[in-house]
Design a protein around this ligand. Structure first.
Ligand code: ARG
Length: 459
């Protein structure tokens, strides 16, 4: 009979079907660094409280470094019989150092071990993603700085609404991505507690020092309840949720980039470096990257739903169901990292077609609200001015011109309280710069927004 770490009570060997079904080694091997780091911290603590000797600790540490090297160099071959990364590392360690290796698992269980490894992984990736989000925001701010007076139609319902600057539009995304950054940051703070030493579910009779392992691993402190710590996957759910919201924003931006690079808009030209061609239509230049970013949102949402469903209704504490927690998180994290990098580069390399944006402002009577507001300043009630301006729009439509192109006589014909001041108000650039309210689209307000994001990027 083959020997397993847990088969003392078993009379028959495992079925090969079970081995294959049960094993997580082929995906949880991604956690090898965290697993080894956690084991070194645990061994150090065991020696400091006198559960193992200093010599045993030194042997374990040395052996674990060797295992790390073997895995990193690819020399170590993962095998189904090792079941998971925890047993693979411990098994190899014992092969290398003998007896001392068998003491490493004192006062711990794979239940607190996997909770620790996976939490460390999420915490590391949390920091990586935040750095990538900052790079993305920085690229957006650079575009904004070049375009504070680049006029473009602001839309609601995908219909021309009011003139805004392209900088203002892009900074809306900077605001979204800053919140994504902050959501990750707050998850990091909330979850930066060490489950190690919770053991199987109930703690351990050994005189361990959980504060010490928590400190060693960069956590603020140990978690408060061992049962919760071995069954909690909120940290992973938060990761999946945070990435899902991030992708809501990435997909909205992608959708706009796709629209803007169509012939109907032509507000931007994607660099050839980030475009693809068609195998049949020689003229095509497709925004595949933006489409893929939009599409990847599906799998990211799916991963969140997947883990929420795994965790729902599980009795305390650890259940094997929870082994299903990892692949979705790995997938979302890797999807997010790759997506943030390529989105940032794509934005940096795209060309802003300012003339086309300006031309787009000439349709849709973008300054109709301004005409109404102008009359309000003359004392006419807004509900009335809304109608007057509406009639001016109807006249412009009939003449086939933009509202801003009507003559003073034509405007006066609609309402004789209108004077030459209206002609200024109807100019798109004036309309944009009139919106000086905090958070508005005027050049002045947008400069303040740029300063705000630059301050955030420096922090
Ligand atoms: N491979 C397992 C997982 O990822 C590790 C924990 C197993 N614990 C146990 N008691 N079977 O969830």
């Amino acid at each position: 009979m083959k020997q397993k770490m847990w088969d003392g009570r078993f009379e028959e060997s495992s079925s090969e079907l079970l081995e294959e079904f049960n094993a997580s080694i082929f995906f949880d091997n991604k956690l090898f660094k965290e697993d080894i780091k956690g084991s070194i911290a645990h061994a150090k603590m065991l020696s400091s409280v006198g559960i193992i000797t200093d010599e045993e600790y030194e042997a374990i540490k040395k052996g674990l470094h060797q295992v790390l090297g073997e895995i990193e160099s690819g020399e170590f071959k993962f095998d189904i019989s090792q079941e998971d990364i925890h047993m693979a590392v411990e098994g190899r360690l014992t092969e290398i150092i003998g007896e001392a290796g068998k003491k490493l698992h004192t006062a711990r269980s794979r239940n607190d071990q996997v909770a620790t490894d996976f939490r460390l992984y999420c915490q590391n990736q949390n920091q990586n993603l935040r750095a990538l989000i900052k790079n993305l925001i920085s690229a957006i701010v650079s575009i904004a700085k070049e375009n504070t007076s680049t006029l473009v139609p602001g839309m609601t319902h995908l219909q021309h609404a009011q003139p805004i600057s392209f900088a203002f539009h892009m900074l809306a995304y900077a605001a979204m991505f800053k919140r994504d950054y902050e959501r990750l940051e707050s998850s990091f703070e909330r979850n930066n507690y060490s489950p190690l030493g919770s053991a199987a579910l109930a703690g351990t009779p050994h005189p361990i020092d959980r504060d010490m392992t928590a400190r060693e691993l960069g956590f603020f402190a140990p978690t408060i309840n061992a049962m919760d710590s071995t069954s909690d996957r909120d940290f992973a759910l938060e990761m999946l949720f945070n990435i899902s919201v991030l992708f809501t924003h990435i997909s909205r931006l992608s959708e706009e980039l796709i629209l803007w690079s169509s012939y109907e808009f032509k507000w931007i030209t994607m660099s050839d470096k980030f475009s693809t061609g068609s195998s049949i239509m020689p003229q095509k230049k497709n925004p595949d990257v933006a489409e893929l970013l939009r599409g990847k949102t599906g799998r990211v949402y799916g991963n969140l739903m997947g883990l929420l469903t795994v965790m729902k209704g599980l009795p305390l504490a650890y259940n094997k169901d929870m082994q299903e927690d990892k692949e979705g998180v790995f997938d979302s994290v890797e999807t997010a990292s790759a997506s943030l990098v390529i989105l940032t580069e794509m934005l940096k390399s795209m060309k802003i077609e300012k003339e086309n944006m300006l031309r787009a402002c000439e349709i849709g009577h973008l300054t109709a609200t301004d005409l109404a507001d102008y009359l309000v300043k003359k004392g006419v009630p807004f509900r009335e001015t809304h109608h007057i301006s509406g009639r001016a729009v109807a006249l412009a439509e009939k003449k086939g011109v933009d509202l801003s192109k009507l003559s003073l006589e034509e405007l006066k014909g609609i309402d004789n309280r209108i004077d030459e001041g209206a002609l200024e108000v109807l100019k798109h650039i004036n309309s944009m710069n009139a919106r000086r309210s905090y958070g508005g689209t005027s050049e002045e307000s947008v400069r303040a927004q740029i300063a705000y994001f630059e301050e955030f990027l420096r922090s």
